[in-house]
Design a protein around this ligand. Structure first.
Ligand code: HEM
Length: 446
């Protein structure tokens, strides 16, 4: 195993971040401020930071794209059955609904608690703790029933990808093709996934209530084994980074916002487990607002880089196939044109009665129809895009939100996080927002 997973939350497990990472995002934010929302970030890399243009370009670029041909068909020089990414997403989204119940939440909680328990009383890197807690809890939702050996291989691959994401990414943006571990670790993880898929398709392994099942049951004949393994691996890769980063930001704000942490604690002490598991967002509305605000302020990934497939014109620029365009909801979420006091952490901006009041252009904002500078024209809500733009927005948004609410519940009721004295953790905007010098101990609350 490349990285001993059980120990990777230990102190100093991460490489020091490079100064270029921080510089890159702050330079972009400066240019966004000075040059507007669409500009060439680099040769062949167009930043599209206007939320509507971003949606339009992204949709034009990816909608209806078929997956590549199967290896066997490429070798035999024949076309594969056409399967689009939308079909794969559709299969997952159907399954996610079935996975939104109490049983899944209780299972997530059990696995998250196991990670905390294994580290009680030791000083650990809290960023790593966040990533490990999320990945270990999530993998069985994606692919259940792996043997301990196969699960360890899959975890080693994910941990390697996260390590790479946190330690390098000197260009500052998340490009999935660069999320790599050693080729051998990747091959072993791919083989572990393939064995599970093959076993299920032949009936030697039982079907499971996970996100792999609809791929095997509904799409395998058309996808073929290689593309099915790729789909499951893509899903695993999608949880190696953004969800753990969001969890680290939740931990960071729980430490900083002591007043809110206390409110969350009170909220959770009043809600019994069964009620919480049945509906985390409904039973913990204050925590839900807290989590939404964390995802606004520290939205991972900082940038998404996408390859242009279809020629597009945008704001006077022409994008050619092979070039890149960059999207960033983080940039949009910090834009004072859309958000009042965007740098202020304020979960109350999510209260239903405050809706849009925090957006200068919203109905109740200063520039909106009812405001002092308003034109009377109806305007949109502040753009909130924590899970990316359609048609490739996050498939696991509900599950991810549940996990973050669950994390708040665990860290305000059962466990306490004690940061290293004098640690002075600060948030760094790298490929994903990441607290630096964020070390501490997990202990059981009395
Ligand atoms: C708070 C936690 C999470 C955050 C902040 C997050 C964020 C994102 C973002 C921004 C994207 C869009 C990427 C793009 O447009 O290329 C994305 C895509 C994706 N996410 Fe998440 N995610 C979270 C949790 C999860 C979970 C728990 C799962 C699975 C169980 C998941 C599975 C996926 C998948 C499969 C995609 C790719 C969608 C596609 O390409 O069509 N995510 N995520």
């Amino acid at each position: 195993m490349e990285v001993p997973a059980a120990d990777s939350a230990d102190q100093n497990a991460r490489e020091p971040e490079s100064p270029e990472q921080r510089e890159f995002i702050s330079t972009l934010r400066r240019r966004y401020h000075d040059e507007g929302s669409v500009f060439w970030v680099d040769d062949g890399e167009l930043g599209i930071f206007d939320p509507d243009l971003a949606r339009r370009v992204h949709t034009h670029n990816v909608v209806g794209s078929p997956l590549g041909d199967r290896l066997i068909d490429l070798l035999r020089r024949r076309p594969s059955p056409v399967v689009t990414w939308d079909q794969v997403r559709g299969a997952w989204l159907g399954r996610i609904r079935a996975l939104s119940g109490a049983q899944t939440t209780a299972g997530l909680e059990e696995r998250m608690r196991a990670v905390f328990h294994a580290r009680l009383g030791r000083e650990v890197d809290l960023v790593w703790l966040a990533h490990e807690t999320i990945t270990r809890a999530t993998v069985p939702v994606i692919i259940d029933g792996l043997s301990p050996r196969a699960a360890a291989v899959v975890h080693a691959d994910l941990i390697g990808k996260i390590r790479h994401l946190l330690a390098t990414a000197e260009s500052g943006h998340l490009d999935n093709s660069r999320l790599s571990t050693s080729p051998m670790t990747q091959i072993r993880a791919g083989l572990a996934v393939r064995m599970e898929l093959r076993g299920r398709s032949r009936g030697s392994r039982p079907g499971r209530l996970d996100l792999t099942e609809p791929i095997v049951r509904d799409l395998l004949p058309d996808l073929g084994m290689d593309r099915a393994v790729d789909a499951v691996t893509a899903m695993l890769t999608a949880v190696a980074g953004p969800p753990g980063s969001a969890a680290a930001s939740v931990m960071f704000e729980l430490q900083r916002q002591t007043h809110w942490a206390e409110l969350l604690r009170k909220e959770h002490l009043d809600v019994p487990d069964e009620e919480f598991h049945a509906s985390p967002t409904r039973s913990a509305p204050v925590t839900h607002r807290f989590v939404k605000e964390v995802l606004r302020l520290w939205n991972p990934p900082s940038l998404l880089a996408r390859v242009v497939r279809r020629e597009t014109k945008v704001a006077g620029h022409t994008l050619h196939p092979g070039q890149l365009y960059l999207l960033s909801s983080l940039m949009v979420h910090h834009d004072p044109a859309y958000w009042t006091d965007p740098e202020t952490f304020d979960p109350d901006r999510w209260l239903p009665e405050a809706s849009n009041a925090n957006c200068p252009n919203g109905p109740n904002g200063p520039n909106g129809p009812n405001g002092p500078n308003g034109t009377g024209e109806p305007t949109a809500r502040a753009p909130y895009i924590p899970f990316g733009w359609a048609p490739t927005s996050c498939v696991g948004a509900t599950l991810g939100t549940t996990q973050l609410i669950l994390l708040c519940r665990l860290l305000t009721t059962r466990y306490a996080l004690t940061p290293r004295p004098g640690g002075h953790a600060r948030m760094m905007l790298a490929a994903v927002p990441t607290p630096t010098r964020f070390y501490g101990q997990v202990t059981l609350r009395g």
